[in-house]
Write a new protein. Structure first.
Length: 343
């Protein structure tokens, strides 16, 4: 490795001068700074990250806490796009990202907070975790800058997809297509109702209440997110009702695939016999036949804004306003909702 001493020797100046030139000190002339930097670049000098961290009290490393129930990791069809956008924005601003290990894989079974301190993260983004977990609670209440995705928590900055308007647009569209018997197989997480679930479910009820549509309790079962088997079973129960729905909403596009299988297994057609609505707008949903009617979330914007807001918090912790940023999605009308005769 090239050292400051090597650059000093090549430039004919002291090690102290080289250090000051590379760190842009005002008592070094611009000419000397330029010369030292050119020589350093030519020799292939790279600053030692550990030494830089000691000087600046920053590691330029951001932690990512992402633990979904299915352990799908970066194969998750929604959050993989969010985190990819987050990663690109962070890297463009000079930051690396490191995942915080979950379960028993952490060194000496450290808590999330201990692991974050051990790694020296400048900040942390949290997505898709059990926010009732005491370790998550401890991490969020710490002094480390934190941004959450799709969850409002204490006085932390949160980047939220527009769940209320998303469901409102979908439900209104389905109503306008003539449907009045509308079911919603909504999501659930670890027996708790997340802010995403609560927002979507409340919006579903309110939108249809405002439109004068009554929703029977049996039309609104709960299944885990991204669980095709559970969605399959729930769909069968809905279709076996004495008065089955003409349209079924699913918690996400992936779960909708389970519902589609159940509908077809009964010899029914989509959308002629039963209409289907998903949520998220994953790529696969736009490649199946019929193309799924869904709400396409702006994963690029969600990830990028999360990174930008976290970096602002890291660089200016006292002057950055804690806020909730809502990112709007776009409805994909697709082909999976039939137009019925007006009721």
């Amino acid at each position: 490795m090239v050292s400051l001493k090597d650059i000093s020797k090549a430039c004919g100046v002291s090690v102290a001068t080289v250090s000051k030139a590379l760190n842009d000190h005002s008592d070094i002339s611009q000419e000397t700074k330029k010369h030292v930097r050119e020589v350093a670049e030519k020799l292939g000098y790279r600053p030692n990250a550990a030494a830089q961290a000691l000087k600046t009290n920053k590691t330029n490393n951001i932690g990512v806490l992402f633990v979904d129930e299915a352990n799908s990791g970066l194969t998750h069809d929604y959050f993989n796009h969010v985190l990819d956008s987050f990663k690109r924005t962070a890297e463009e601003n000079g930051y690396d990202i490191t995942f915080i290990n979950s379960g028993n894989k952490r060194l000496n079974n450290m808590s999330y907070l201990s692991h974050a301190i051990y790694r020296g993260f400048d900040g942390i983004v949290i997505a898709c975790v059990d926010f009732s977990d005491p370790q998550v609670d401890e991490l969020i209440k710490s002094e480390i800058p934190v941004v959450t995705i799709d969850h409002l928590f204490y006085n932390r900055t949160a980047i939220m997809s527009d769940n209320v308007n998303g469901i409102n647009e979908l439900a209104t569209y389905v109503y306008e297509q003539g449907h009045r018997k509308i079911a919603y197989i909504h999501g659930k997480e670890s027996g708790m109702e997340s802010s995403v679930t609560k927002s979507r479910l409340s919006s579903f009820y309110k939108t249809l209440q405002d439109l004068g549509v009554e929703i029977p309790d049996e039309y609104v079962p709960a299944v885990p997110y991204r669980d095709t088997d559970a969605a399959y079973e729930a769909t069968n129960k809905l279709l076996d009702l004495k008065d089955p729905p003409t349209c079924i909403f699913y918690p996400d596009d992936f779960a909708a695939f389970g519902g589609i299988n159940a509908i077809r297994k009964k010899g029914l057609r989509i959308p002629e016999d039963v209409s289907v609505v998903g949520y998220d707008g994953i790529e696969l949903a736009r490649k199946i036949s019929p193309i799924l009617t869904t709400m396409v979330q702006d994963t690029e914007q969600i990830g990028s804004v999360a990174a930008s807001k976290l970096i602002d918090l890291i660089n200016n912790p006292k002057g950055t306003i804690v806020e909730q940023v809502v990112v709007k999605g776009n409805i994909e009308r697709g082909e999976s909702v039939a137009r019925l005769a007006s009721n």
